[in-house]
Design a protein around this ligand. Structure first.
Ligand SMILES: Nc1ncnc2c1ncn2[C@@H]1O[C@H](COP(=O)(O)OP(=O)(O)OP(=O)(O)O)[C@@H](O)[C@H]1O
Ligand SMILES: NC(=O)c1ccc[n+]([C@@H]2O[C@H](COP(=O)(O)O)[C@@H](O)[C@H]2O)c1
Length: 204
């Protein structure tokens, strides 16, 4: 959906998208070890996408890295180390980095103590965000009500979900735990990997 959005407009040329799985230091209940999550993301993009990739810097970190710091990492690697993108004219141009997230993640910007306001200015003001609508979250209402998001609203692109997709990784993990089928909910190589490594307390 994000790709379609950018292909339809001439504002940006979409270069690539990176999955950046959170490190084990985040300690979110139910998550598999980072090495498995990286592998599953790799299997997913290899089998389904010509523009998505996986970056393993964040999951390799031994301490939790806030999202603002993760975006800085991409900026450092793509724009400072690489010098941006080489254009046809032989010149280098800086790459615009943005946070691609679902509506629920953006709604968490309003949860007290979860995000540092300085980080939010950095993420949305300096980088910008592409938000995919998600069932259960009123993204437009939230954009209006949240002071920092509203201040940087020109840097926020909301993408409408034309077909509602309420798939959730928590539900997928629960299905596996209960021995229920996850066929058609994830790419087959990922399903095979989950079963082969007995992730999410899967027992036959
Ligand atoms: N069905 C969906 N529609 C839109 N965005 C989604 C959807 N599922 C996940 N995302 C987005 O993908 C990113 C990663 O999500 P995460 O790994 O936390 O999984 P999740 O499905 O949101 O987890 P949970 O089941 O706990 O809600 C977040 O930005 C989230 O908003
Ligand atoms: N302060 C922050 O930078 C902050 C806060 C909450 C979640 N996040 C990020 O959001 C993503 C999703 O987190 P949850 O699965 O907890 O919703 C993770 O990548 C996490 O690092 C960042």
């Amino acid at each position: 959906m994000a790709k379609d959005h950018f292909m339809e407009r001439n504002e940006f040329e979409l270069l690539t998208g990176y999955y950046s799985p959170v490190s084990d230091a985040y300690m979110k209940e139910g998550l598999a070890a980072a090495m498995h999550r990286v592998k599953m993301c790799q299997l997913a993009v290899e089998s389904t996408s010509d523009w998505l990739m996986v970056d393993s810097w964040e999951p390799r970190q031994t301490t939790y890295q806030r999202t603002a710091v993760v975006l800085d990492h991409f900026d450092e690697e793509l724009n400072k180390t690489e010098g941006g993108i080489l254009t046809k004219s032989g010149q280098r141009k800086p790459i615009r980095i943005m946070l691609l997230a679902g509506g629920d993640l953006i709604a968490s910007f309003g949860h007290p103590g979860v995000w540092d306001p300085q980080d939010l200015h950095h993420i949305v003001g300096h980088y910008g965000s592409v938000i995919i609508e998600r069932t259960g979250t009123d993204v437009y209402g939230f954009l209006l009500s949240h002071d920092i998001l509203y201040q940087h609203r020109m840097n926020v692109t909301v993408i409408k979900q034309l077909i509602h997709n309420d798939i959730s990784s928590t539900k997928i993990r629960l299905f596996v735990k209960r021995g229920m089928s996850i066929k058609y909910l994830l790419p087959n190589p990922v399903i095979d990997y989950i079963h082969a490594h007995k992730l999410y307390s899967y027992t036959k």
